[in-house]
Structures are given as C-alpha cells and as structure tokens.
Design a protein around this ligand. Sequence first.
Ligand code: PHE
Ligand code: NA
Length: 460
Amino acid sequence: TDSTAGAKADHPMWSSRLAFILAASGSAVGLGNIWKFPYITGENGGGAFVLVYLLCIALIGIPIMAAEVMIGRRGGRSPINSMRQLASRDGLSKRWVWIGGMGMLASFLILSFYSVIGGWALSYVGNSAGGLFAGASADSIGAIFGNLLADPYTLLLWHSVFMVLVIMIVARGVSSGMEKAINILMPIMFGLLLVMVGYAMSTDSFGDGFKFLFSPDFSKLTTEGVLTALGHAFFTLSLGMGVMMAYGSYLPKNVSIVKTAVTVSMVDTAVALMAGLAIFPLVFANGMEAGAGPGLIFQTLPIAFGQMPGGVFFGTLFFILLVVAAVTSAISLLEPVVEWFEEQKGISRLKGALIGGISIWLLGITTILSLNVWSDVHPLAMFERFEGKTIFDLLDYVTANLMMPLGGLFIALFVGWFMSKQAAENELSIGNGVAFNLFMFVLRFITPAAVLVVFVYNLM
Ligand code: PHE
Ligand code: NA
C-alpha cells in the first residue's frame, strides 16, 4: 500500500514501540530540560512563562512531533530524502526538501554550542567527585563557575572530549546498546531528580520555588518571553528540524504515532518541571538571582550537593547522568547529517561522522570564545533585537527561536495542507473520525496561526 512504499528493504527498524520511545526520549531529554528550561524560566519571571510553555507543548509540540514521525515513517529515509520522497510521491514541489535542509543546518549550529555546555557538565563530574563542593558557600561555588567560563583552554578540552564521545558513538551506528543504556539510565535520572526535589523540599524556600514556577504573574511576561517559550517547546522536544523524522523512519508500521508522541512529550515535560522544582527553592533559599542566566544550575545545584548527606556521590552521579542525557541528544543532532552523507554522497558512516563532527567542533570554538575573550563581540548589534548578544547567544536565538518554529510551521503546513490526506489517515490509524479531524484541524490552523502570531508580534 501507499504507506509502506517508502521504506527501503534494508532500512532497519526499532525493535518495538518502547525502543522508539526510548530513543526519541533520549533525543528530547537533555540539556534543554535541566540546563535551559530553568534558566530561561528564571529570566522570564516564572509562572506565566511556564504556562505559555506548557500550552506550546500541548497545542504545537505534540501535533508537530506526530507530523514529523509520520513523515519519517512514510518516507523511510534521512529527513531530506524523506521529504523528497513524499513530495514527489504526492506530486508536490521539490522545494519542500528545504525543510530537511534547514533542519540539517540547525542541527549543525545547535550541536556546536550544545557540546560546549555538555563540556561544562563533564567538568562538573570531576568537580563533584573531587569533593570541590563539600560545604562550599554559594559565593565560592559561583567562583568555580566563573573561573571555568574565563578559561578558554579548559572549555576547549571538555568541548573536545564531548565531541569525541559523540563522534565515536555515531560512527559505530545507533545501536541496540543505546536503547538498553537509555532504558536503564532514564529511570535512574528520574530517581535522582526526585532526590533533588526532596532536598529542595527540606529547605524552607520550597513554597517560594513552587510558587515561582506555578503561580502565573502575567505582568512579567513579555512578547519576547512568549517567543522564547515557543522556541523552547521546539528545542526541548527536538522538533522542527527533522530529528524526529529521522527517528520516525525506523518506527514499525503497527505503532501508534499519536500515543507515542504524547508519551515522549510527557516524559520530557516531567523532567523539565522536576528540574525546576529542584532548582528554584535553592535559588531563593540562598538569596540568589532567578535570572542569573545560563550558569543557573551550575551555581545552585552544587550548593545542595555540598550540604546534603552523600552529596559527593549524588553530585557525581547527577552530572554523569546530565552528560549522558546530553550525549543521547547530541547523537540525534549528528545522526541526520551522517545519514544524509551516506545516502547522498556514498560517504561511509565513519567518514561522515568525522567530517560533520570536526566541522561542528570547530564552530563550537566561537561559543567558547563568546564566554571570555569575545564576550564583548556583538556581531548583530546594529539590530536592536540582537543588541548585546554574543555569537553564542545568537546561535541559540536563531536556532531555537527562529529556525525551529519556522521548520515546524512548514511541517504543519506540509502535512495539514499538501501531503495526501489518505496517507496521513493510514499512518496515524486513528480512523477518520473525530480524533483524526481534530488532529488535522490543529495542524492546518492552530499550529500555523500560533507560530505566525508569535512571529508577527515579535517583529512589531
Ligand atoms: N531536545 C534536546 C534537549 O532538550 C536538544 C535537541 C534539540 C536535540 C534539537 C535534538 C534536536 O536537550
Ligand atoms: Na528536552
């Protein structure tokens, strides 16, 4: 039938629904949840921002994830070639292929700074294990972080270690070993976050932290904040750039796409909210700034590890798991690039991983320098919106707030308006009744309108 025609016979499949959920969660859950979500929530005033973010996940994120997985499964190839395959099968313009192309560019840009932050986490494994945080004050923990950012060579070292790990794993091929690892480590991550939330509960600022996260004060929400929330919904779910298409191409035909998308999104959201609950009480208990920026978790969590019983053990384990979560996301950023090299250029997996990985590593050096030597370099300062933004800030902003929502907009339009409706019905297999029509309605109208409205408001 139409829906199976795209998959190549030699294209392997995930062994089960669980395997896909694990891999997709591996991509979704990462630095976005534990590093980025808390700090942008702090910068944007808390509750109202969180509410908008949750709405974006539900109304925009989940439908787009389902759409992407559907495109990937129907196309059965790397994102660019899945798009090419589907467009030609439905007699559509070749221009749709650009969605895949823009996604690959976004992967490339994101991984360049993602790896630098992954490097921070790596260096904190050593710091925790070495007992550096034991009994340390908030000030001295702040100084440890400040010293790390000020030192380009140390940053380069850890950035390199992180990229080598990612290149090695991708070069060997995403395997059942990874499924097993995620299957074991994800529950441990959950458990450890619960320990951290438990610790936060034992401080007398838990109520303040909870209120900050969940009681919305709309006077603190800016239009820029709404765009950040939208962008983060894409970033945290790995959407709008073909990653979920790439993973979807391995999804067996009998698995429910919608249920799977809901599950992955819920896992991702739970991890982010737990991270927030672990961190903000500490921020208030120690009289720190919620809007401290990208260093937030590296300046707060070590305080807790320094004080709680077994802190060296828990702290070391926590940062190891953070590295693992970051690596499983990073793999999904490099994988589409390598898949494309293989299919399109006949370049081997090893070579593709090396060429892609080394170029990304090189670009990452601009992020490292943004934190110290180039901290006053603001390349787009002539535009008011980008004033005061370093190269690192720009990479983050352009990918999460512009490229990913734009990619998502086109994906929604593609599935909602252009792709064969019959094929969508077959892929989703939720019948052609209310559920299916609701899904199509959201993709046709709600998602595009939401993205456009946020964009237009921000341009004004
Ligand atoms: N979703 C990942 C995170 O939250 C980051 C990511 C973005 C991974 C885009 C792949 C693609 O950390
Ligand atoms: Na995430």
